[in-house]
Design a protein around this ligand. Structure first.
Ligand code: MN
Length: 241
């Protein structure tokens, strides 16, 4: 059983090299695997499953080829693409995972998260997150026209990058106490998440026992993947052509 984990590709028409790297990854890595987990911020933004662009259509075509190759696809929302809905998942034969989700990986209960909810130092963002994940807010947004939603998404991205430039470095990272809390709550000695763009494998202690927090990398200067062959895990960067 070979599983692959990626996150934070931030696919965007403005960055065609990342999309090309992703299509290459699907063709040469994912198709040969048994499972691909995309743990959020797959897209730079998502304004609804009714949006279609050349990039979205290309991504749908690439992802749809996984199931016939024997690779199961799992998607989790990130803070950028939390409006990905059932329709998109159906179109690409993906299973939408809730955040967090526990899976069995190499004989260990493993917690999968995007990671934004672990950054509890950023109260302002957490308040927004709670609002934006409510069905009422989402219905209100999705009832707007595509053009209105596109303008709104652009406005929100600008406001967020301005707010983040004023935030201290450490509130943009996970809160260690929150990590221990969720891992204990879900009885997991391993956590895999993205979001912070700080790829690393951290040895930690949970409930007095050795545990691990694995942070996936973003696809910017290079691509990142975590691979599990059923026994061993390996976090690797690769060139983006
Ligand atoms: Mn994120």
């Amino acid at each position: 059983m070979r599983s692959l984990f990626i996150s934070d590709l931030h696919l965007d028409e403005q960055r065609p090299a990342i999309s090309r790297a992703f299509f290459h990854f699907i063709e040469h890595q994912a198709k040969a695997a048994d499972a691909l987990y995309i743990l959020g911020d797959f897209f730079e933004s998502w304004i609804g499953d009714d949006d279609s662009s050349e990039l979205i259509e290309q991504v749908k075509t690439a992802l749809s080829a996984l199931r016939p190759s024997g690779c199961q696809l799992y998607l989790m929302h990130g803070n950028r693409d939390f409006l990905i809905g059932e329709q998109f998942c159906q179109d690409v034969s993906a299973t939408l995972l809730s955040d967090p989700t526990v899976i069995q990986l190499a004989g260990e209960n493993t917690l999968l998260m995007h990671g934004d909810s672990l950054c509890t130092g950023d109260q302002e963002y957490l308040a927004f997150r709670q609002m934006a994940r409510s069905a009422q807010w989402q219905q209100q947004i999705l009832s707007k026209s595509l053009a209105e939603r596109r303008a709104l998404a652009k406005q929100m991205r600008m406001a967020s990058s301005e707010a983040n430039s004023n935030k201290a470095e450490d509130i943009m990272d996970v809160t260690p106490e929150e990590v221990l809390k969720v891992m204990t709550e879900h009885r997991c000695q391993r956590l895999i998440h993205g979001h912070t763009h700080r790829p690393a494998r951290h040895a930690i202690t949970v409930n007095g026992q050795n545990a691990e927090r694995i942070v996936l990398g973003d696809w910017h200067q290079q691509g990142w993947q975590l691979e599990c062959d059923g026994q061993h895990l390996s976090l690797d960067a690769f060139d983006i052509r």
